[in-house]
Design a protein. Structure first.
Lengths: 398, 612
């Protein structure tokens, strides 16, 4: 009996050990397999103020011409889409393709003008890491390669600005701001995101990132960005190396909103700014103008009602034009009482430019075809005025 | 997983032809080795027979007197055949270029970054030396298989088991990305934990010392291990939320259905495709029942093995082997059809291990040999078939056959080891992309330009050095940066000889040609500190003259496109004569191809340095 009992006990103990090891193996297998679970998206808070992705497509006005820059090709692959520069004489009606040659522009183009000439910066793409520059002083008939800027330009439409004396200021992808004198072969640091954050104005703003640079009409460098602190505007001016707040006071209704600088551009005799306040369905956009001497004049806010600003530009006399979603456009002039909705934009509208006699041109892209639609002053209908077939070199950059 | 691709088509004619050549040459060498061993055997056989008679006459007990247990024989022969079969699969023409991108990369794709990093190291080595690596895999696997088949007893036989363990681990880690253990969605039915891990387990059992054969301990260890494994696999297969219980999920195929459908869509004999496709439909409609069957079978078989009792294992063995074969055919689609199959997947090795486990507990271990009892005496060799049988059964012949198999492994492993130790890729990749260079001999056209520092440079000032010359666009976004890295690689590969070679590029852009651009390009490509690198430019007429003399086109394209220019290189000797013209279209610009082009240029430069 004793022997049998011992045997039975040992056997039961063996089975128990096997059961426990099996359970251990099962648990190990489940742990090793990850149980097919998928990673949970991070719930880390996003910065309070973030600038939505604003297209590089835009237009600008110089003394003698209107300019537009937009992307064409319609390919899902970036390297098969090419950015184009178009121009139209200030007093003319016909647009012309004047894209500077010599450099692949798949990374996007950024325009800058101090009034007379126009500089085009080629944002790097693929294996290129620096920024070639090209300049024209005869409305795009001839381009002269200049620079380069030996760094990657930031991907915003106001990453480059030209002063009245030909000096350039550039916002880099890493948040540094550099400047160069004509010739643009020698660049030196002007400021940086880190330096601006350390200033009194930067601390008050809680500067998150820089989004735009320009020169004021008085020739003073001006930088804009996103603020973490509600009710403050991220505008900074350079006063002999001392950066101070840009001095734009928000309407009281926006005091509790986070503000982002979307655009910052010279608009003839004034400096234009486009701001976005708030986020989500309560977001609104407003424009501001700084005359050569004086203080900021700010438009009423435009409620976006869930839309986002896809592209924006300043037309003649500083009229701000925004494209909201696919077909919605709004404009506001410096002297106007408020924003004015445009008739439904033509499909594919990439940017809006000012035209003669208060008219507006909408430049609409469909793959390699550009159609220019015009909205006459006080008209309610866009009319197709011109079509340009652009010879897209598919496959040449892949 | 950046190192996995050469960017070449896996059926690239140049590499496939080189792979076939390597296999034929090494195959002939293997044949020669076996012929020499056979001759040696015939020469020493009478002496061995005499020695055997003398030993048996003295009543000595042979070391190999214990018969090999059935479970070990099953594992040895079974896995030997599978290794040989795997070796044959490795000889597929597309394997040399295809294995990293078509086999390893997909296996690692859903694994964590650290697994991809480990796998990428090996993939980069294979991609850089595809011919040696491809041929090595053939001979190593065939050699291990032959070794296992040949060596029934003794230390050489145990070493064959260790060889299976070693190479099995290599395949499991680098070829199967740890059998996909660290990626989600793995299950026993789809091949977890990787077929190669079974090769490792079998090799370890074969490598056990003779004394392990004499007790039931080995059998109990095997059954316990198998039981634990199957129990774990049952839990894994049954775990909810992994898509195995549903034939379809939101009108999308469940995990099992998706695998079957993907296997059914691979190239294979029609009857098999129909069979697998039909089973895919059954699984889609009855996913729960199919998975339940697998889970129950795994759980019952696991429990039976955990009991360690032959009486409990026997009833589940046949159903389990039927399940393995059914899974192999209907879910794993035999494992090697479609794409580049490298092995029959996990079910056959699984079934072999299970059967061996059963045999280990079902059959009595070999009795311990009484030292006083002599084994059956050897007889002198007899002529005819009987004599041949004796010859084949003799342990001496087995040892020689094992030596032959080891030689086959060395035949593959030695070139692979040499190649793997060399970080420089084979020139065959460059030749596969652009063909071989054209040997010429004519005076290099003169040029007069300035370097990136603004100093004047002419061809005459470079006399006395070997010049590697190309044409680059400083704002080019793809080819030129890659070619620049190829030239940089030449400098690194040349070592001390680098000082006798000048790496020269002439600007191939009539718009962005200024020194500012060549300097920016140099900084971008980390060439600014390369002492013998010259990026030359000049006025547009000077550049155009150079382009014309060297037959280089630099065409301005409209609408935002980059300059279209020729990708060429000229190898100029120290006396100023062009000796080679190379097409330098860099293709995909992978790590392997960049290194390969650099190796091609380096070889050309070395050849000229040797002549000067």
């Amino acid at each position: 009996v004793n022997r049998t009992g011992q045997w039975a006990s040992a056997r039961c103990g063996g089975l128990a050990r096997r059961a426990s090891t099996a359970a251990l193996a099962a648990v190990s297998a489940v742990l090793a397999s990850g149980c097919g679970s998928t990673a949970t998206p991070s719930t880390a808070p996003v910065p309070a103020a973030t600038t939505p992705a604003l297209s590089l497509s835009t237009s600008l006005q110089t003394g003698t011409a209107a300019w537009a820059v937009l992307e064409m090709g319609g390919s899902a692959a970036d390297f098969d889409n090419f950015w184009q520069v178009l121009t139209r004489p200030a007093d003319g009606t016909q647009w012309k393709l004047v894209t500077p040659a010599g450099t692949a522009d798949n990374g996007g183009l950024v325009l800058a003008s101090g009034g007379q000439s126009l500089i085009t910066a080629f944002r790097p793409s693929q294996d290129l890491t620096f920024t070639p520059l090209s300049a024209t002083s005869d409305d795009g008939q001839q381009w002269l390669s200049t620079g380069p800027l030996d760094a990657s330009l930031a991907s915003t439409p106001d990453a480059l600005a030209e002063g009245q004396h030909g000096q350039l200021v550039a916002l880099l992808g890493n948040g540094d701001v550099t400047q160069a004198t004509p010739g643009y072969t020698s660049w030196h640091a002007l400021t940086s995101l880190r330096a601006l954050r350390a200033t009194a104005a930067g601390r008050r703003c809680g500067l998150v990132r820089l989004t735009a640079v320009t020169f004021t009409s008085a020739g003073v460098p001006l930088a804009g960005g996103d603020c973490r602190q509600a009710g403050t505007t991220g505008l900074f001016t350079d006063s002999n190396g001392n950066w101070t707040a840009g001095g734009l006071a928000l309407p009281a209704s926006l005091a509790g909103q986070h503000v982002s600088v979307l655009r910052l551009q010279q608009t003839g005799t004034s400096t234009g700014v486009l701001l976005e306040a708030g986020s989500g369905r309560t977001a609104s956009v407003l424009a501001g103008w700084l005359p050569e001497s004086g203080t900021w004049d700010v438009s009423p806010p435009l409620r976006l009602a869930g839309a986002s600003v896809a592209a924006a530009s300043f037309a003649a006399a500083g009229t701000a034009c925004v494209i909201l979603g696919a077909r919605r456009g709004e404009i506001v002039a410096a002297s106007a009482a408020g924003w004015q909705p445009l008739p439904a934009l033509p499909p594919g509208t990439a940017t809006i430019a000012g035209a003669r006699a208060g008219a507006l041109d909408a430049l609409a892209v469909r793959r390699g075809t550009l159609t220019i639609w015009q909205l006459a002053a006080r008209s309610a209908r866009w009319i197709a005025r011109q079509t340009i077939k652009v010879p897209i070199q598919y496959g040449s950059s892949g | 997983v950046p190192g996995m691709s050469t960017g070449l088509s896996i059926s690239n004619g140049t590499v496939v032809a080189a792979f076939k050549d390597a296999l034929v040459h090494q195959g002939l060498l293997a044949l020669l080795i076996f012929t020499l061993l056979a001759a040696a055997w015939l020469a020493i056989r009478p002496r061995l027979a005499q020695a055997g008679r003398t030993a048996s006459g003295r009543g000595a007990v042979g070391r190999n007197a214990i018969p090999e247990p059935a479970w070990r024989r099953l594992l040895r022969i079974g896995f030997g055949v599978i290794w040989v079969f795997d070796g044959i699969l490795q000889a597929q023409p597309k394997m040399a270029l295809g294995l990293p991108s078509q086999v390893i990369e997909p296996a690692a794709a859903s694994s964590p970054a650290w697994v991809q990093h480990v796998v990428n190291w090996a993939g980069t080595g294979w991609s850089s030396h595809p011919v040696q690596a491809g041929a090595a895999a053939v001979w190593i696997q065939a050699g291990i298989g032959l070794w296992l088949l040949a060596g029934a007893r003794g230390p050489l036989s145990r070493l064959a088991g260790l060889a299976s363990v070693s190479w099995g681990l290599v395949v499991w880690v680098f070829g199967e990305a740890f059998g996909g253990m660290f990626s989600p969605g793995q299950a026993w039915s789809s091949g977890a934990p990787g077929g190669a891990l079974f090769y490792v387990a079998a090799g370890a059992l074969i490598a056990l010392p003779d004394r392990a054969w004499r007790t039931r301990r080995s059998g109990r260890l095997m059954t316990t291990g198998l039981g634990l494994f199957l129990a774990a696999m049952a839990v894994l297969q049954a775990w909810p939320g992994r898509g195995f219980w549903q034939g379809t999920v939101n009108r999308q195929p469940g995990s099992l259905t998706a695998m079957i459908q993907s296997m059914a869509s691979t190239p294979q004999p029609r009857f098999l495709a129909v069979l697998v496709s039909h089973f895919g439909s059954v699984t889609a409609a009855h996913g729960f029942a199919v998975n339940l069957l697998i889970v129950v079978a795994l759980a019952l078989t696991g429990a039976a093995f955990l009991s360690g009792r032959a009486g409990l294992i026997r009833p589940v063995m046949l159903p389990f082997i039927v399940l393995c074969v059914a899974d192999w055919v209907l879910i794993q689609d035999l494992g090697f059809f479609g794409g580049l199959g490298t092995d029959p997947n996990s079910m056959l090795p699984m079934a072999l291990l299970a059967a061996a486990g059963y045999l280990a507990v079902a059959l009595e271990p070999a009795p311990a040999v009484d030292p006083g009892v002599a084994p059956a005496a050897s007889h002198p060799a007899r002529p005819g078939l009987a004599g041949l049988r004796e010859l084949l059964e003799g342990s001496g012949f087995q040892s020689l056959a094992a030596v032959g198999a080891i030689s086959v492994i060395v035949l593959g492993a030695a070139p692979l080891a040499a190649a793997q130790a060399n970080p420089v890729a084979d020139t065959i990749l460059a030749q596969a992309l652009d063909g071989t260079g054209t040997s010429v001999s004519y005076p290099a056209p003169a040029f007069s330009l300035v370097d990136q520092a603004g100093r004047a440079v002419t061809l005459a000032t470079l006399r006395g050095k070997v010049v590697l010359l190309t044409f680059l666009d400083p704002v080019c976004t793809n080819d030129c940066p890659v070619i620049a890295q190829e030239f940089r690689g030449v400098g690194q590969q040349l070592g001390a000889a680098d000082s006798r070679v000048e790496l020269v590029a002439i600007v191939a852009n009539p718009i962005d040609y200024q020194v500012g651009y060549t300097r920016a390009f140099d900084r971008q490509e980390r060439l600014a500190s390369v002492p013998n690198w010259l990026f030359l430019t000049g006025t547009v007429p000077q550049l155009q003259q150079a382009w014309k003399k060297y037959g280089v086109a630099a065409e301005v394209a409209p609408a935002g496109s980059m300059i279209l220019h020729s990708d060429v290189a000229y190898v100029i000797d120290s006396s100023g004569r062009v000796r080679d013209e190379l097409n330098m279209d860099p293709g995909p610009g992978t790590t392997a191809t960049v290194s390969s082009f650099a190796a091609e240029l380096t070889a050309d430069a070395r050849k000229l340095l040797g002549q000067s």
